[in-house]
Ligand binder design. Structure first.
Ligand code: LMR
Length: 339
């Protein structure tokens, strides 16, 4: 072998040895590297569809990407509450949140569709709309603001509660109701002469208990898990609107994930959402029954005529928001009421 060839072979062998040593070193660094912490913050209790969904997501990620990621779930507004969770997401202080669809108003007006009173007949209609082309399009409504919608999660239909029976719209006149930060929901209460008060979820129990407000609207699950029924004498089974969620992350975090890991995050989230939705449909009835069994709060059942009065009073709200939401979207949502 010529000297120059021998030198070249020697150089290649040295490079190969160096590369092997480097990869062993990298591998051992990876073995000892701390898993990346992912934070999932939400405002409800753990025994709710959202609480259970978040825990399932944690379980799946830690099972499928062991040692690489750890998911810490912060329930009950422990880390961030209604007023700051989306801002925190954009600062990458938290990587996943799942606010109610009513809480995105600052970032898009399009999701206001979900707050229109008496639009959806039941949760099946909500589901059909969310899975339709129009519904899926709304997941991207905040992309330009840096927010990526990853999927919808159900909670359920909303009921009114108060310290007096609410049978007819006139019964709500002059009463103060806590609402989520949504102008559509504010208009819904204005329409019956009530006084809407925008407050974070974490404050609702105390506001009701101290009688700073007279009532609120929420799902059976939230009313039960937050014990609102203990400080409200009556719950009207109105099913007048939907309280669902969008699980979101930030564009920066999502695009920063390696493609193969992102796929695992997405499929794990889809599975966790499927579990959350199953719990939502079971829990609605269970929590309603638990509230009734407690005898702390009385159920007000509306006659079809009485319910129609609420519809007549509140439905004009649609026209006020039609330009912002889009007539085509409202039509698509209405179409979802028929199978
Ligand atoms: C509320 O503020 O009443 C709900 O959006 C809370 C929640 O996340 O279910």
């Amino acid at each position: 072998m010529k000297k120059s060839t021998r030198t070249l072979t020697h150089t290649f062998k040295s490079i190969a040895k160096f590369a092997t040593a480097a990869s062993i070193l990298t591998a051992s660094f990876n073995v000892f590297a701390e898993p990346v912490e992912i934070k999932f913050s939400h405002v409800v209790a753990e025994n709710t569809p959202k609480g259970q969904m978040a825990l399932k997501f944690k379980e799946l990620i830690e099972q499928r990407l062991p040692g690489e990621y750890i998911v810490n779930v912060f329930p009950n507004s422990q880390l961030f509450g209604d007023n700051n969770e989306l801002a925190a997401l954009l600062l990458n202080d938290v990587q996943f949140v799942a606010p109610s669809l009513s809480k995105f108003e600052r970032y898009t007006k399009k999701l206001q569709i979900f707050d229109l009173p008496f639009l959806f007949e039941d949760m099946d209609a909500v589901d059909r709309f969310q899975q339709s082309e129009s519904g899926q399009k709304l997941l991207n409504a905040m992309n330009r603001k840096g927010i990526v919608g990853l999927g919808y999660l159900h909670n359920g239909m909303k009921q009114f509660s108060a310290n007096d029976p609410l049978n007819l719209p006139k019964d709500a006149n002059g009463k103060k109701f806590r609402i989520m930060a949504s102008d559509v929901i504010a208009a819904q209460f204005d329409a019956v002469g009530a006084i809407p008060v925008k407050k974070p979820f974490s404050e609702v129990f105390t506001l009701l208990q101290t009688r700073a407000i007279d009532g609120q609207e929420n799902t059976w699950s939230n009313t039960y898990s937050m014990k609102f029924y203990e400080v409200q004498s009556h719950i009207t089974e109105s099913n007048h609107g939907v309280l669902d969620y969008m699980v979101v992350t930030s564009n920066t975090f999502w695009k920063g994930l390696p493609a193969d890991k992102r796929a695992v995050f997405k499929s794990s989230l889809d599975e966790a959402i499927a579990l959350g939705n199953k719990i939502a449909s079971e829990k609605g009835n269970e929590d309603k029954q638990a509230i009734l069994d407690s005898n702390r709060s009385q159920l007000v059942t509306l006659t079809p005529e009485a319910r129609q009065q609420w519809v007549n009073a509140m439905k004009p709200v649609w026209a006020k928001f039609e330009d912002q939401i889009g007539r085509d979207m409202i039509d698509a949502a209405q179409a979802a009421n028929t199978k």
